[in-house]
Structures are given as C-alpha cells and as structure tokens.
Design a binder for this molecule. Structure first.
Ligand code: CR6
Length: 807
C-alpha cells in the first residue's frame, strides 16, 4: 500500500499551473510578483491536487457508515502547510523544480508562509500530529476547534525581557481553508431555565453563531484526507442599522464586535488555569457547535440516536471541551426527548477524555456562580450527572466542590475511557489526581503514550538524514516507522556513521546560516549544540540548565587551558504573559548570555543563544541540528513530552530525568545511549517532605552556592541586585521543583556528556542508535492504539483500495 495515489504532473505543467494562479488568482504578472505572490500561487497549485482525494475520502466515509472519530481540541498547532502538502502529495521535487525554473528560491518561498499558531505547545502540536496520522491511516475523522483570529502571541526581547505582540496570521489570506457560510449553528449563553408544560426550557440571554471553515488534512502519499473544521464566531445580526442611521457608528457595530470576541484570541496559557468568563464561553462555543454538527450529520444519514455510540467516537483533548458531556445530554434530552438516564448513558458511550497534566492548577475549575450564569441549563444537567454518578459510585468524589465545578471530574465521569499520555503519567493519574475515581470505575483509566508524525518531524525537516535512511533501508519507513530498526545493523559500519555525521553537520551548518541571517548571531557548527526548546515553566527547569551553564563558565574560567568540549547552549520558548517567574527566567538567560558570550576567556568553549519567537517552524530547523536534547523536568511533572521524541528521532541523545515519555524513550534506545540523572518521582515526593531540603542542597554544593551568589550580586544584571532577588530567594525558600536537589547530579551528567561527545565516533553511533530505536514513537502507533482501545474505529484504506480494484 505504498504506491502514491496521486498522479504527479510534469514540472512544466506544474510551472504553468503556478503561473496561471499568479495571473488569475493573485492578479500579478511574474515581473511584479512578490515572494508572497509566488508562495500563494504555489500553495493554490498544490491545493488543486488535494481536493479530489479529499472528496473521495469523504465519499468513502459516507458510504462506509462506520465509526467516525471526532477530535475536539482547543488547540491545533499546525505550523506551515506548503511543504507538508507537497511532501504528502509526493510532489516535493516537482514543486521545487518548478519554482526554481520560475527563478525563485524554493526555501524562501516556503518560508514566506506564516505559522498557523493555533496552539500553545505540546497539547496543540499533538493534535496536529494526530490529524496527520488519522489521515495517513485512513480513519474517518474530523478535527474540531476554534479559528482564532490571533494565534499564539509573538515574542520579542527588549533588553532581554519578553515582550508580547499580537500574532496576525489571518491578515493574509489563508489558502488552505474553505469557508462554509452555509454551515452555521446558534450558540446560546446566559438567560434562565424554566419548566413549561413539564418540560425544561432554556431561555438564552445571548446568542452567537458558529460558522465553519474547513481545511483538508492530507495523509501520507495522498491516500486519504480528513477535515479539520474550525469555528469562527459571528453575530446573529451583523449590523444595527438603526443606530447607524442615528449616527452612532460604534453602537451599530457592537453586535459584531461582541460576538467576534469569542474567536478572537488563543489564550496564551500553557498549563495554568485562567478563570475567565470568555474562556468558558470559548470552550462551550466550539464544543456545542461541534456536537450540533456531528448530530446533524448523523441524523441526515437516517441514524437513530440510540445507535449514536456505534457511529460516533468523540475524543476530548484535555478538559477544555469537557462541557461536551452535559451538552450532549442537553441536546439528547431537550431536543430529542431522551430520558435523563438514557441520555447520560448514550453520551458516555460516545465520549472519551485524555488527561494531559497532573499539575493541580491546570485541572480546570469554574466558580459555580459564573458557571450557572453563563450556562444555566448545563449547571442543572451537571447536577443530574452528579446524582447519577453518586448512585453508581457513592459520594466520595463530587463534581461540585468548594463552590466550584470541577471539569476533570466531570470529564472523567462522562467518559467511557480516560487516558494518560505516557506509561508513567497514566500510572500517576491512577494513583494521584483520580485515585478515588479509579477505584469507583476500575479499568476506565488506560494509557496511550504520545507520538509524533515522522512525515513532518524527520522526512520533511531533515532531508540529509532522510536521504541516508532511504539509501540504507529503503523508502517504506515514513508510514512504518518500526522499520528504522533496520538501521541498527549499520551502526558498526564506518561509512554509514560518516554519512550520519555528515547529515548532522549539514543540519548544523544550515542552522548556523539561519541564525546569522536572522539574528546576526555567529555560532561554531563544530561545537556541541545543546538544545532546550519548549514552553518556559518552572517544572521544565530551564533555570537549572542556566545555572549549570554559569557553573560551567566558572569552571572554564578557573582552568582556561583545560580540554573543554565546546558547547552552544540553545534555548527557545515563550512564557505565558502573566507568568512572572517564567519571564524572570527568560530575562536571566538573556542577561547571562550577554555577559558570558562577551567573555574572551571562555568564548571558544561556551556560548548561549536564545532566538526570539520560538515556534513550530523554528523547531523544524533546530531539532535536526541538535546534538543533545534537554529533557530535565522534575520527575512526575511532565506528563509525556513530545519534543523528547523528535530529538531522539533526529539523532540527538537525551540528557534527562525519569519523567513522562523519557522513561519509555530510555527503554527503547538503551540506558547506555541516554544520560540519566536526578530524583525519581517517588524520591521527589519524599524529598519535599524533608525540612529545609533546598537550603541543605545548596549548602552541600559549593558550585551551586557560587552561581546563586553571582546572580544575587548583580553580576549578570549590570549591578542591579534586585532584578533576580525573588528568583534566587525562591530557590532557597520554596524550591518546589527541586532545582537545587537535582543540580549536582545534572552537572555531573553534563560532564559525562562532555566526555562522550569528545569521542566523536562513539557519539555518532549513540546518535544513530537513537534514530534506529525510536520508531515506536510514531503517532501512527499512538492513533492505532486509540482506534483499537478507545474508539473501535477502522481504517477504510483497504476497503477503498478493494473497491477501486473491482472498478
Ligand atoms: N503542556 C504536557 O505538559 C504533553 C502534552 C501533550 C501537556 C506535555 O507533557 O506532552 O500536554 N499538557 O500530551 C497540557 O497541555 C495540559 C503540554 O503540552
């Protein structure tokens, strides 16, 4: 099943298509076309080839009348699509040759596309990888989310401090989507609930319309294409003509402005809860629209609602769409005359929930009064759900508690399965946050370890390595990633290792050129590229990395003639705008970079680089170029991680703790190919119970004490002793994430890395073994697991191929 399904045009025909779009869609002639015009024409020419497979998949989906998967997610962190589509169509070379023949640089044209940044981090990127795998596997599926006008904010550094500005991806036409003005649903808020003629009726106070925009998601080799349907909020009436005629132009536009607020911005919070009414409205907005849409589809095909669970699998990506439980019950009861018990049973048989964090502040809770005001009908339905839950499971776990509605508990109770995202995380879900619910509903919690799409995260972003793999084991691996194990047989072959290293060097040189061109920063590609890229969070411990960097600097200064392994410490990531400590950490990294990078004594051995505005495209540049992957979270805090998988796949060994999917990565690559350090999750818990654990650890570590004193003295802040006083005191007084306790172990592990890296042959072998052994982390494997264990959904590829052969 590896033959591409799309017949490729000739380069000439494709060039002609690009020129046609340039003229007829963009209204430009080649002499006056900008990079933007070329990119749009290329995208439109590619899109022309996506539509047919998309129609065909949709037709097959309708014909099969089987299970459809609905993936509800507040975030889809898609990134750029031009190259993605070209690769999946199998047209990459044709596209590049055509663009080159037209006198343009393909890389520049591709890079002109803004990232679709409709997500914060791992959770949103996971949703994008899942959509890719669902299409590659030919499982009929719809992604449902919000079409934010402004994606994740843009990050700038001013004197080293993070400044945020609005992201504006929709200021240019988004060619990949198709507007569906005919697909709209009313979404109600507020008002009151009354009983009329024995029937409960919700008289809403406010209504907005949800309007659909569809993006086809093409799978590998164009075999299948599912739909990503994003909802935009629109007013029920656009315009208040009466006010306008009175000359009150602001009042005239008020309905529109109010409604649009709902899909205006992505909340820039990664794992912390925001207690905002608007956020609750956003969640209900897209969840209700999605459920109304899937019910409409089901009913239009003549389905009987009692059979809904045989046809519909709804996956809740975190608690953000947890209102789906009561909303589905509401739709079944209020619009389709179901009894309470039957409505709850039917809804639960459709719903499953993925938990992505144990951090208590990230499990959503809404104040009851706010909730009852915004969603009065749902408030009552949740009371019914809680009563039904008490009747089966007893009253140990409540959904309403301390004046709040607990969305984690609600999602759990209304789901037939609940899954964690790595083996360790799923066990901790059972033992900690949901231990009582686990006892009440044994077997409901299962594990599905996260995965990543190898099409984007190796095939496309790492062409040199792709070439080597193709030459070594053939070309069947991108949708069968276990085949990478075939590389293992070659790791003793020096010609293979030479090429593996050459691929890494080429990626490092590309990154060096990019940093020079974009930021004017020079880095030495011969140095070790040690990379930590992810959201800035205390539990991810970028601070520990920085402290180790300063300690290393001190050691080099004390012995400048030592045999130091040259390193570039690369950081990338954004802090939530309201997260003060995270922003202080960014500031400190940049402050330290300024001082350390200017030191002539250490310059040839140590450099800190922090390019601003980290995003998916930057990750695609940085990951293939990394020598070392930093996965150093406090054990028990990183639910899974997915960056860790991308680095290993691209041949960067990990320095890391036994946390999240690190544990499984280490099992796969072998302990000897992974730099492990630090307390385990159980030890973390025990250590926290010890009095004064942080002060004890600092006192026992002269290196750490010196670094903390340096920061406090104002060494990195131009003599300003106040700038980092909270950050440093925080480590002494409430080092919840045990930076101080793991510091020495981390420093020692880094010195093992130094030694290992200095032996370049052994290092390359280790890197190659990482690539060879992480095929299991393909999101195709993850999605197959969800399909089998949770959704009972089938691939339609074989059936489609069989039909075609008969025809
Ligand atoms: N922040 C986890 O922290 C996990 C992703 C995807 C996260 C991270 O470890 O890999 O989800 N959690 O499962 C949340 O967003 C709540 C994340 O991205």
């Amino acid at each position: 099943m590896t033959t591409p399904r799309i017949s490729a045009p000739s380069v000439e025909a494709f060039s002609a298509a690009i020129l046609r779009h340039l003229k007829l869609s963009l209204g430009k002639d080649p002499e006056h076309a900008s990079l933007y015009d070329w990119r749009m024409s290329l995208a439109l020419s590619l899109r022309d080839h996506v539509v047919e497979p998309w129609f065909e998949s949709t037709r097959k989906t309708y014909e099969a009348r089987g299970k459809r998967v609905y993936y509800l997610s507040m975030e889809f962190l898609i990134g750029r699509l031009v190259e993605d589509v070209a690769v999946n169509l199998g047209f990459e070379d044709i596209a590049e040759e055509a663009i080159t023949a037209l006198g343009q640089n393909y890389g520049d044209v591709v890079a002109n596309e803004p990232d679709a940044a409709l997500g914060n981090g791992g959770l949103g990127r996971l949703a994008a990888c899942f959509m890719d795998s669902l299409s590659t596997l030919g499982i009929p599926a719809y992604g449902y989310g919000i079409r934010y006008e402004h994606g994740l904010f843009e990050q700038h550094f001013e004197e080293g401090a993070q400044i945020e500005t609005a992201e504006t991806w929709l200021s240019q036409a988004h060619v990949w989507e198709f507007e569906r003005p005919e697909v709209t649903y009313p979404i109600h808020f507020g008002g009151h609930v009354a009983v009329e003629d024995g029937k409960t009726v919700w008289h809403a106070g406010e209504t907005v319309m949800a309007s659909a925009y569809d993006t086809p998601v093409l799978g590998w080799q164009g075999r299948w294409a599912n739909t990503l349907r994003l909802w935009a909020a629109k007013p029920t009436t656009n315009f208040d003509l009466e006010s306008f005629n009175r000359g009150d132009y602001i009042a005239a536009s008020a309905p529109e402005a109010l409604a649009r607020t709902i899909s205006r911005v992505l909340y820039p919070d990664d794992t912390t809860d925001v207690g905002k009414e608007l956020r609750l409205k956003q969640e209900y907005f897209f969840t209700s629209a999605s459920l109304q849409d899937l019910l409409r589809r089901f009913l239009s095909e003549g389905g009987a609602l009692k059979d809904l669970p045989d046809h519909v699998a709804i996956q809740l990506n975190d608690t953000h769409p947890a209102i789906a439980g009561p909303e589905l019950v509401r739709l079944l009861m209020d619009e389709h005359q179901f009894e309470v018990a039957q409505a709850i049973t039917t809804a639960r048989a459709c719903l499953a929930y993925t938990n992505h964090t144990l951090l208590p502040e990230a499990l959503e809770r809404w104040p009851e009064d706010l909730f009852a005001r915004v969603l009065p009908r749902h408030y009552r339905i949740i009371q019914l759900i809680e009563a039904a839950h008490f009747a089966t499971a007893g009253e140990t776990v409540r959904i309403f508690e301390h004046g709040e509605v607990k969305m984690g508990e609600l999602a759990f109770v209304m789901a037939h399965h609940v899954n964690g995202v790595s083996a360790l995380h799923s066990e901790l879900v059972k033992e900690t946050v949901f231990s009582d619910l686990n006892a009440a509903y044994p077997g409901r919690i299962i594990n599905q370890t996260n995965g990543i799409t190898p099409r984007r995260w190796l095939y496309t972003c790492n062409r040199p390595l792709r070439g080597l793999i193709n030459d070594t084991i053939g070309t069947a691996w991108p949708d069968n990633l276990d085949q990478l194990s075939g590389l293992t047989a070659h790791v003793e072959d020096s010609a293979f290792l030479d090429r593996f290293q050459a691929a890494k060097d080429a990626n490092k040189a590309r990154l060096a050129d990019w940093l020079k061109a974009r930021d004017g920063v020079s880095v030495d590609p011969a140095a070790m590229f040690d990379v930590q890229i992810k959201r800035i969070h205390e539990y991810k411990r970028q601070l520990m990395n920085l402290l180790e960097t300063v300690a290393l600097w001190n050691d080099i200064r004390a012995n400048p003639n030592g045999a130091w392994t040259p390193r570039v410490k690369l950081f990338g990531g954004k802090a939530a705008p309201g997260y003060v400590v995270a922003k202080e950490i960014i500031h400190l990294i940049n402050d330290a970079a300024r001082v350390i990078n200017a030191d002539p004594v250490t310059r040839e051995f140590l450099q800190i680089v922090y390019p601003e505005n980290y995003n998916v495209s930057m990750a695609e540049m940085l990951i293939p170029a990394a020598d070392l992957s930093e996965q150093i979270s406090t054990a028990g805090k990183e639910a899974s991680g997915t960056g860790n998988m991308k680095f290993a796949l691209n041949g960067a060994p990990t320095i890391g703790t036994l946390d999240g999917a690190n544990v499984e990565i280490r099992d796969c690559v072998g302990a000897e190919n992974f730099f492990l350090f630090g307390l385990t999750a159980a030890e973390v818990t025990a250590r926290r119970a010890e009095p004064d654990y942080a002060r004890t650890a600092i006192a026992a570590s002269p290196r750490l004490s010196e670094v903390l004193d340096q920061i406090r003295s104002g060494l990195f802040s131009g003599g300003d002793r106040d700038r980092y006083v909270n950050l440093v005191n925080g480590l002494y007084d409430h080092d919840y994430f045990l930076v101080t306790c793991d510091f020495d172990a981390y420093f020692a592990a880094q010195r093992q890395v130094d030694t290992a890296f200095a032996d370049s042959r052994t290092w390359t072998r280790m890197a190659a073994l990482n690539t060879a052994r992480v095929g299991w982390f393909s999101s195709d494997r993850t999605i197959s697991g969800y399909a089998k264990d949770i959704w009972q959904a089938q691939s339609l590829l074989e059936q489609r191929d069989a039909d075609q052969n008969v025809a």
